[in-house]
Design a protein around this ligand. Structure first.
Ligand SMILES: [Fe+2]
Length: 303
């Protein structure tokens, strides 16, 4: 059984509450991407990180669906890896790369190639993950997904060591998402929740997380897409995504994600779009073996 010990800060207007986490930390690595970095909320987070004369090294070019080549290149650009805290601010790709860099910058790192070959990490630098989309739940999973273009697929580096010390769920970071991104990332969270809920390895802990997340998701996904500045709905979607990650950590996805990784790897479809295409046909296959579970989900749907 996995234990998730992350300290969570959440809420509208909660950015200043990050300050106590930075006490005693003077060298930070901020991992983000250019689009996110320009957001007002992201600039406020960066200003907070840079306060009190802290040194902040910034990686601002994490590509979507990053490959192992991308991570090698980012690591090669870091001159001194002695950071006190790695901060990831972005979507799932950014958070996955931040998780990997928190391991790869640690003196005990086995190196990326060894991790890809299956060696498990044993230590990492302190880490804070702040999702800028409500979908992957990466901040709550022990997984980091990388594309392997030579094999036209993606693989997961999986270890509880990747789980962060701190998580911040800040809805202001998600208000600029266009509706098609908000919906496709939301469908990704829906897939995490419903796949984990219907998994053969589902258990009371993962079921509890999945049901909490599903209730939040089905009651807020339409509002969050239609009203981008509705901070209450956006925060509920961040929690739904977080609980999807918790459900993954304690159970695991199955048919949709098993098929969506090669589909995304070969045709470069965004992860949420690939999942959306696969969700209904895959659930028709699963349904006969999980009728009671689907009935419980149906009862959560409003109206
Ligand atoms: Fe996913």
């Amino acid at each position: 059984m996995l234990t998730i010990n992350s300290t969570i800060i959440s809420g509208a207007g909660a950015i200043p509450a990050l300050a106590p986490l930075l006490a005693g930390k003077s060298r930070l690595l901020l991992v983000t991407d250019g689009n996110i970095a320009r957001l007002e909320a992201a600039r406020a987070i960066r200003a907070l990180l840079e306060a009190d004369n802290r040194s902040v090294s910034v990686i601002e070019r994490v590509p979507p669906e990053p490959t192992h080549h991308d991570v090698h290149a980012l690591l090669a650009d870091i001159n001194d890896t002695a950071f006190d805290l790695v901060v990831g601010v972005g979507g799932g790709s950014v958070l996955d790369v931040a998780k990997l860099l928190s391991v790869l910058c640690h003196p005990a790192s086995p190196g990326l190639d060894a991790l890809l070959a299956g060696e498990k990490p044993t230590a990492r630098l302190a880490s804070l993950l702040i999702p800028a989309s409500a979908g992957t739940g990466s901040e709550a999973t022990p997984n980091a997904i990388l594309a392997i273009p030579e094999q036209s697929t993606k693989i997961g580096i999986i270890s509880p060591v990747l789980l962060p010390d701190y998580v911040a769920l800040l809805p202001e970071l998600t208000t600029s998402m266009p509706p098609h991104i908000a919906s496709s990332t939301g469908i990704d969270a829906l897939c995490h929740l419903i796949e984990c809920f219907t998994a053969t390895v589902a258990n009371p802990v993962s079921d509890n997380a999945a049901l909490i997340g599903l209730r939040k998701l089905v009651n807020n996904i339409e509002t969050a897409c239609a009203e981008p500045h509705n901070l209450a709905a956006k925060l509920e979607m961040l929690w739904a995504s977080y609980y999807g990650g918790v459900a993954i950590a304690h159970a695991g996805t199955h048919l949709v994600h098993a098929l969506s990784y090669p589909l995304g790897g070969k045709y470069h479809l965004p992860h949420g779009v690939a999942n959306a295409i696969l969700l209904a046909p895959c659930m028709r296959v699963v349904r006969p073996d999980a009728v009671e579970k689907f009935a419980q989900v149906w009862d959560l749907v409003p109206g």
